[in-house]
Design a protein. Structure first.
Lengths: 385, 167, 159
């Protein structure tokens, strides 16, 4: 690569990085404004027009706050944890195509940092790394609440990662490629959200749990755990956890848009030199829509109880994801093997499997006799912790 | 040296040093973190070898799942987390065994894949597609055997974890 | 192929540099006035009863992590299959159905054994239990820990 190539590389990366920072700033403002509207408050008002600079003001405030390192903390790990918490989000965003491409200096510059062969796998790998920020923050604080919060929320994150992974597999089966650019090409006529709607729902639920957003924000259940894994953090380190959480949210929304909502595809009347603006705007619009849905979910639903959260993840989301993967397989393969007749066979297989599942289901409805309550009422028991 | 050789040198040094740190660290959680660094550099070596899928599987499974199990295991047992130390009196014996295993592995690998004909091994590119074709057409039986292994592992975990209230 | 990773490496470097730089620069500007109370572990304003050292968590977390590994490996096997399953056809589908079926047997076993129930365990509460399981006298241990913490805090304060 010559020096122009290197310069373009650095500028592209810097634009994505700071673009993410700015979008995080705006989405935090949007979240606070929307929630304020729903609770008939005014929300942020003072910093900038309509309070749009509130996040920046918060960041500057936290930057100059005293940073406390508790005496019982494990110093190096305590300092590294916030950085670990924020960087999987940035890295995962690298494979997202956020537009078509633009020609500058006689070179075509794609609006995507890296079009990896294994795009979807990359996203899953980065998601799995995001557990470390939480675990290490909680452990290194040397304090009870953070440790409890960290163990809890890491168990939550790994549980929902499975459901999310199954949703990704279903999309991958449907589109037949791991590469992000080909995924978008495959959604030429119809977005994946229509044939893969169940996978979309599973993905969205998994994504909310992965990013520790309400109603799955058990990591910071303030009524029981103070602030969860970052109880002992203050100042700029706390700001980094906050930044990491919202970068992950934006990234997860971008992944949802790319996998299910057609990525940057849309309708745009312009052509020629400004043709790249349309896809970029569509991409931003779709991400904003997904984040708006996440905010609505947050404003509507109360926080889940921990046992219900784990039960839902393991007993509903994962079996459902597995079944959906198999259904996708049957529906794609059988018509391909047997032509039109395959459609009927596929339907028959699915109906038969459903009937079998109905027969087997009563096995799970009650618990082993030693633990069953006299009333035989399986739901509605209180948690003890 | 080419860029790839530089990258390999860096990965090998970092991976080797942190592997040593895994066994010399006096805090078990720090040891687990050094293990993460070692596993990441092994993933990096796979990447350099052109095995992109294997590299990220390495990171997804080992870094993202198995070390997390280790950390949970550390929190589960009464092993001292925090700044306490954990050690026994078997250092020299351990070092001896480690050196022995290392020498044995070096010998075996050199016998099986001699450095002199390294050129022969450069052609295969383990893309996801190739891996899938290979597993699901040529190695069907081992693949199904893996599911038995997983079954056994899970049942073992449950048997270890449950209370003996029946007996 | 490896040049594809250059932007990712650049992004990683930029993210880490951003993190480290903000930690370092913030350290130059922010106040630093520690005192023992400020530096003690948070316990809602009370003196910390005891610090988390050598605690035991519910075995459920271990079971969850183990289950997670198994399902993670299953997903990893699904990836190359999903890329290839159109070409593999019916054979590949049956193969994978068998594989998933066997893992599902394990899953059903765990379910029946109560490994997925979080609210119903009889002895151990569903969540991590910090107070019990300690052979030491809790109050004596608390005093000891607290003394150690306070000593640490004084050392740090003097620094």
């Amino acid at each position: 690569m010559d020096w122009v190539g290197w310069a373009i590389l650095v500028v592209r990366v810097a634009i994505v990085f700071f673009g993410l920072l700015i979008s995080v700033m705006l989405y935090i403002w949007m979240e606070r404004k929307v929630i304020a509207d729903m609770q008939t408050r005014v929300g942020p008002l003072r910093a900038g027009p309509r309070g749009v600079l509130i996040t920046l003001a918060d960041g500057i405030k936290l930057f100059f706050k005293e940073g406390i390192t508790p005496t019982a903390a494990d110093h190096p790990v305590y300092a590294v944890a916030p950085i670990l918490a924020m960087f999987p989000g940035f890295l995962a965003f690298c494979v997202i195509p956020f537009g078509t491409s633009v020609t500058l200096f006689g070179r075509e510059i794609p609006f995507q940092l890296a079009d990896l062969n294994i795009g979807i796998l990359w996203i899953l790998a980065m998601t799995s790394l995001s557990v470390y920020g939480v675990v290490l923050a909680g452990w290194s604080s040397g304090s009870n609440y953070p440790l409890l919060g960290a163990v809890r929320s890491s168990a939550q994150m790994i549980s929902y990662e499975v459901g999310m992974g199954l949703a990704l597999v279903a999309v991958l089966m449907y589109s037949g490629t791991l590469r992000m650019s080909e995924l978008i090409a495959a959604q030429d006529t119809v977005w994946n959200v229509i044939p893969q709607f169940p996978a979309f729902v599973v993905f969205l639920i998994g994504a909310i749990a992965e990013t520790n957003r309400p109603p799955f924000d058990l990591a910071e259940a303030e009524s029981e755990l103070v602030a969860g894994f970052h109880t002992e953090y203050s100042g700029i380190k706390f700001a980094m956890f906050y930044l990491g959480e919202y970068v992950s949210t934006v990234t997860v929304a971008a992944v949802a848009v790319t996998l299910f909502l057609g990525g940057w595809r849309g309708w745009w009347p312009f052509d020629g030199a400004v043709a790249w603006i349309g896809p970029l705007l569509w991409f931003v619009l779709k991400i904003t829509a997904v984040i708006y849905v996440l905010i609505l979910v947050r404003a509507t639903l109360p926080r889940m109880r921990y046992d219900r959260l784990m039960n839902f993840g393991w007993k509903v989301l994962i079996p459902f994801g597995l079944v959906w993967v198999m259904i996708t397989g049957v529906v794609v393969v059988l018509p391909q093997e047997y032509g039109n007749r395959g459609r009927y066979i596929a339907g028959a297989v699915i109906v038969g499997a459903a009937a079998l599942a109905t027969l087997v289901a009563p096995l799970f409805s009650h618990r082993p006799a030693s633990e069953a309550e006299p009333g035989g009422q399986p739901e509605g028991r209180e948690v003890r912790a | 040296m080419s860029a790839q050789e530089y990258a390999f040198t860096v990965l090998a040094v970092v991976g080797g040093l942190s592997a040593i740190a895994v066994v010399t660290a006096r805090n078990v959680v720090h040891a687990a973190l050094y293990l993460v660094v070692t596993l990441l550099s092994v993933g990096g070596v796979y990447l350099l070898l052109g095995a992109e899928f294997v590299a990220w599987v390495q990171i997804l499974i080992y870094v993202g799942a198995i070390v997390i199990l280790f950390l949970f295991g550390l929190m589960l047992t009464k092993a001292p987390i925090g700044r306490d130390t954990l050690d026994n009196q078997q250092r020299w014996l351990g070092a001896l065994v480690g050196v022995g295993v290392f020498a044995g592995l070096v010998f075996l690998i050199q016998e099986a894949f001699p450095v002199q004909d390294a050129e022969r091994f450069e052609t295969f590119h383990a893309t996801t597609d190739a891996v899938g074709e290979s597993i699901f057409r040529n190695y069907v039986l081992p693949f199904e055997a893996v599911s038995f292994l997983l079954l056994a592992a899970l049942i073992g975990a449950i048997v270890l974890a449950r209370k003996d209230d029946a007996s | 192929m490896l040049t594809e990773y250059l932007p990712i490496v650049a992004m990683a470097v930029l993210a880490v540099a951003f993190g480290v730089a903000s930690l370092v620069v913030s350290r130059m500007f922010r106040p630093h006035r520690p005192n023992p109370v400020k530096l003690s572990p948070y316990e809602c304003g009370n003196d910390p009863v005891r610090l988390p050292r050598g605690e035991r968590f519910s075995v459920k977390f271990y079971v969850v992590a183990m289950l997670f590994i198994i399902f993670d490996i299953e997903i990893i096997f699904l990836f190359p299959w999903a890329v290839r399953f159109r070409q593999l056809g019916l054979f590949g589908l049956v193969e994978m159905a068998f594989f998933i079926g066997l893992v599902f047997v394990a899953y059903i076993y765990v379910w029946r054994a109560g490994g997925l129930d979080w609210a119903t365990s009889v002895e151990a509460p569903a969540d991590a239990d910090l107070a019990s399981d300690s052979p030491r006298d809790p109050m004596a241990a608390a005093d000891e820990e607290l003394a150690a913490a306070m000593h640490d805090a004084e050392v740090a304060g003097a620094r």
